[in-house]
Design a binder for this molecule. Structure first.
Ligand SMILES: Nc1nc2c(ncn2[C@@H]2O[C@H](COP(=O)(O)OP(=O)(O)OP(=O)(O)O)[C@@H](O)[C@H]2O)c(=O)[nH]1
Ligand SMILES: [Mg+2]
Length: 191
């Protein structure tokens, strides 16, 4: 089902986004692999732009799975310096998006398996929890962790996030490891 997905729009102003019937969004630190994952989910090579240079996606990119059903690629966070008030900031574009969308069904937070959860990732997860925003955690780039170290890594990351390891999607977007369960969930959310 996700195969038919097309790039629908690029926007820098959340308020200019039109209404969807249902949408899911991908957030995470720059370079975590959001765009690569969206391509893997939709079985495309270059639909969402991927680069070696962090900070590639600076706009909100909307991909349409079928009419009014969207996958949204948000700009990566982690380049903005923490605010003076000490409050975590993900950038006005991301916060505005997360607080203004009526039909946002799920936020997928993507972490890098090697870098592990950063302070901003942890802040994002607690922000989503406090704002009653449904979310799922994805740990990407597991191909970079040696097979013998994977179990320890999973325990460490799940422990730091204080969630059950079984509730996390452990994937590699690049090597297409464990993409299907996520594809199934996204397809269900955007049925
Ligand atoms: N080894 C490995 N590399 C990956 C994986 N997923 C993404 N990458 C690489 O990580 C880099 C960043 O990937 P992107 O998909 O552009 O990351 P992004 O989260 O969209 O980054 P921004 O647009 O900057 O927010 C690219 O060089 C990808 O090829 C993975 O599962 N394994
Ligand atoms: Mg990107």
């Amino acid at each position: 089902m996700l195969r038919e997905t097309k790039h629908l729009m690029t926007e820098t102003d959340t308020l200019k986004l039109t209404e969807s019937d249902s949408e899911v969004a991908f957030v995470g630190r720059s370079n975590a692999g959001k765009s690569t994952l969206i391509n893997a989910l939709c079985q495309k090579n270059n639909m969402a732009r991927v680069s070696q240079v962090p900070g590639k996606t600076r706009t909100i990119n909307v991909y349409e799975v079928k009419p009014y059903r969207w996958i949204v690629d948000l700009p990566g966070y982690g380049y903005a310096v923490g605010s003076k008030s000490g409050k975590a900031e993900f950038g006005p574009m991301i916060e505005k998006y997360l607080t203004s969308r009526n039909n946002l069904s799920m936020v997928f937070v993507i972490l890098d398996a090697v870098a592990g959860p950063t302070m901003l990732d942890i802040s994002m997860i607690s922000w989503l929890t406090h704002n009653a925003c449904p979310f799922n955690i994805i740990v990407n780039k597991i191909d970079k962790v040696g097979p013998s170290k994977l179990d320890v890594k999973k325990k460490e990351i799940a422990g730091r996030l204080m969630v059950d390891s079984a509730d996390i999607f452990w994937i590699s977007s690049k090597k297409k490891i464990q993409i299907e369960p996520l594809q199934k969930l996204v397809a269900e959310l955007l049925h």
